[in-house]
Write a protein that binds this ligand. Structure first.
Ligand SMILES: [Zn+2]
Ligand SMILES: [Zn+2]
Length: 320
């Protein structure tokens, strides 16, 4: 149908336009330091969390630099935050949002569907609402990554890590982003939220928490564990010696979601330590091996192992 052909062509145009916008933005950004620019925010968060990891007491008995995967994790930061974005993920997300909005309008709706944007003097409140909505979407997406066998094949790359450090948060398969990030940002155009005015604050806060939660630091965060994710709770998310089939502590920034939905776990006995990794780990050590691994399993080139959560191990060890 001519209309469908036009729509397809338009999505490609939107993709290419955004691709160019991203590249120009990236090249200009790199030349001048700006603490509110995403690339500089990520660079500074890496430096801050790496410094914290160096100076604070260690949870695991390895050095932040000498541990296995230190360089691989740094490469993952470069891959996810620069290479993958630059080859089109940013453009892909915008093109999907654009296509989704077209469908809403074609179905008789209008954009935004419900306008919850607030006036300029209440943008701080709009930021809090945005943060809570995004964080819940992240929590739910992460919950699904652990429960849907197809998605777990991709998310398993993040959980196969047996040592963690600040950059381990970016050690995940890019396939996760293709599914979840567009879904995450579509609702905001439907709600009339123009996030550009506060997106940098979101990055500073959200990225700091996620990078820091992977740091190899041994501190008791006390009541803060009940509000934000911390290395204390997130290391249990990476543990293979936990109760239950699907894991615990899915939160991305706010641990309130885990408490509301019953997935919060932090043993009172501080002598209990998380053993990081997954049972029957069949994930290769190399970047390329990990890049291909989910597809090799899906297309039958690799024997299927380690089904969701490693039921046998998780159900037989530890009690809340
Ligand atoms: Zn997970
Ligand atoms: Zn993690």
């Amino acid at each position: 149908m001519p209309e469908a052909a036009n729509t397809t062509q338009s999505i490609v145009d939107v993709f290419l336009d955004n691709f160019n916008v991203f590249w120009n933005y990236f090249l200009v950004s790199m030349k001048k330091f700006d603490p509110m620019n995403p690339f500089w925010i990520i660079t500074m968060i890496c430096l801050i969390t790496f410094t914290l990891e160096l100076i604070l007491p260690k949870k695991q008995p390895y050095s932040p630099v000498g541990r296995k995967n230190f360089l691989l994790d740094l490469f993952y930061v470069l891959f996810i935050d620069v290479i993958f974005l630059s080859i089109g993920f940013f453009a892909f997300t915008n093109a999907v949002s654009w296509g989704f909005e077209k469908i809403v309008v074609a179905a008789g709706g209008h954009i935004p569907l419900v306008d919850i944007s607030l006036p300029a003097n209440l943008k701080w409140l709009e930021f809090i609402i945005f943060f809570i909505l995004v964080d819940f979407a992240q929590f739910f997406g992460h919950w699904l990554l652990h429960r849907v066998e197809f998605l777990w094949k991709f998310h398993k790359i993040h959980h196969a890590q047996e040592t963690l450090g600040f950059a381990s948060t970016r050690h995940f398969h890019w396939g996760e982003m293709l599914v979840f990030k567009p879904l995450l940002y579509i609702p905001f155009s439907l709600l009339g939220l123009d996030v550009t005015s506060y997106f940098a604050y979101y990055l500073w806060f959200g990225l700091f928490l996620t990078f820091f939660s992977h740091c190899n630091v041994d501190i008791d965060f006390g009541f803060l564990n009940r509000i934000f994710i911390t290395p204390q709770t997130h290391y249990w998310h990476h543990a293979k010696n936990i109760p239950g089939r699907y894991g615990v502590n899915y939160a991305s920034s706010l641990s309130i979601w885990d408490q509301l939905f019953g997935s919060y776990y932090l043993p009172k006995d501080k002598k209990l330590k998380p053993v990081l990794g997954i049972p029957d780990n069949d994930v290769p050590d190399s970047f390329l091996g990990q890049f291909l691994h989910p597809f090799m399993v899906l297309f039958g080139r690799k024997q299927k192992q380690s089904t969701i959560g490693g039921k046998e191990v998780r159900e037989t060890k530890g009690k809340k």
